[in-house]
Design a protein around this ligand. Structure first.
Ligand code: C5P
Length: 240
């Protein structure tokens, strides 16, 4: 893994429908200033070949496929991601302790060990929907419970919104990675994000890494947008 000195905090979400468009954007970025995130749509269309190309260009990749299956299947999928060489991979905490533990064990055996992160509760779910699927308590209660479970199952961190960061920081270890999407530089278009936080606020609250998509990918000059975000968080304390 990159040493702490060159451990960029920004993960650019490559939410593109094709390999060509994702690579076109990646060529306009600088791998020393960010990581990139490849999610379900892009991976389903472009596959491991794209991940390899991005890595050859020097980018470390967060493979955001949110695995959720029986322990053995999830573990093997995480091992495949580790062998592909990705920097970070994620699973759903709702798959349970044994599933998360199996994933942890599988990637520990790989020669390259990615960071293993959990998704707690999808931010798209409201209280009514949680109750409908049989989860009592508020979304915040569930996020807290599942983050603790992920930590105790040996995971490296969770994806969480900025509004959850300070509460989570009080209950998890400093080196437990809190990866935060929904970040918008002051003045940027909010798009479909409901609650947004500036990159600086998110870091001050205790986020470890920030996922930023459209404010960079749709910018006239993506590298300048990235550099401005990096400048806005320079000097902020890095957890752990
Ligand atoms: O373009 P934007 O900055 O809104 O992109 C945010 C990225 O983070 C997208 O890839 C989105 O799927 C992801 N994400 C999110 N909210 C979550 C989890 C993931 O916006 N709760």
């Amino acid at each position: 893994m990159t040493d702490k000195k060159n451990d960029p905090r920004i993960i650019v979400a490559l939410d593109f429908p094709s390999s060509d468009s994702a690579l076109q954007l990646a060529r306009r970025l600088d791998a020393s200033q960010c990581r990139v995130k490849v999610g379900k749509e892009l991976f389903t269309r472009a596959g491991p070949a794209l991940v390899e190309q991005l890595q050859q260009m020097g980018f470390e990749v967060f493979l955001d496929l949110k695995y959720h299956d029986i322990p053995n299947t999830t573990a093997q999928a995480c091992l495949a991601a580790a062998e592909l060489g990705v920097w970070m991979v994620n699973v759903h905490a709702l798959g349970g302790r044994r599933m998360m533990g199996a994933a942890r064990e599988a990637i520990d055996k790989a020669s390259h060990r990615p960071l293993l992160i959990a998704v707690t509760i999808l931010t798209s779910l409201d209280s009514d929907e949680l109750h409908e699927i049989g989860l009592s308590g508020s979304p915040a209660d569930n996020v807290l419970r599942l983050a603790r479970l992920a930590e105790s199952a040996g995971l490296d961190g969770v994806v969480c919104s900025a509004k959850e960061v300070s509460t989570l920081r009080q209950v998890v270890a400093d080196n437990f990675q809190l990866v935060t999407p929904g970040v918008r530089p002051a003045g940027a278009a909010v798009g479909d994000q409901k609650r947004v936080t500036t990159p600086q606020e998110a870091m001050q609250l205790g986020s470890s890494y920030l996922v930023v998509g459209r404010p960079i990918t749709q910018a006239e000059d993506p590298l300048a947008a990235l550099a401005a975000i990096n400048a806005s968080i320079e000097g902020e304390k890095i957890p752990g």
